[in-house]
Design a protein around this ligand. Sequence first.
Ligand SMILES: [Zn+2]
Ligand SMILES: [Zn+2]
Length: 212
Amino acid sequence: MLRYHTHPVTAFAQNCSIVWDDATKQAAVIDPGGDLPKLLAEIDRRGLKLEQIWLTHAHIDHAGGTGQLARERGLPIIGPHPGDQFWIDGLAQQSKMFGFPPAEPFTPTRWLQDGDTVTLGAHTLNVRHCPGHTPGHVVFHSPEIQRAFVGDVLFAGSIGRTDFPGGHHQTLIDSITQRLWPMGDDTVFIPGHGPESSFGEERVTNQYVGGT
Ligand SMILES: [Zn+2]
Ligand SMILES: [Zn+2]
């Protein structure tokens, strides 16, 4: 069984998720934006073996703790899509702009493309490229547990901002309707901020993408 626990980090209450294989305790952390001591305490408390970092996109609240965590634990950094290289290059500037602790620079061990997969123990998640909020944003989908980790693409009742450099509103709408909706109405998504919801619920009630 694939399991997960979502832990809000940083002043932006970014939903960092710890995912793990229940049988082997092999774990990955999605979007370690900061608050690393808290995250590592949670991982230790559950007896997990942290093996990978997965990134949805390179905004500071999602990626700020990545360089330090990867260096200290010797972990591979998987994702995001190469379209976010300029956000990675700008992490130091993002730290200053938003009052975050300085972010260590990093280079992804493996960039992700649409249609790729990531593996954790016996479990495989599908990668979809969902640009619009950032050009290199990806989401991680587990058909096995009907969950999708969607970062800042879609929220309960809202969608990601598109007013940052590289953002594009219609591209984001297309990502949601063409790449998230096909995962199925019953799929529950874990957004980058705020509560979980399902694609079916958003298709009906979300004012930005409802009725699509
Ligand atoms: Zn973002
Ligand atoms: Zn965010």
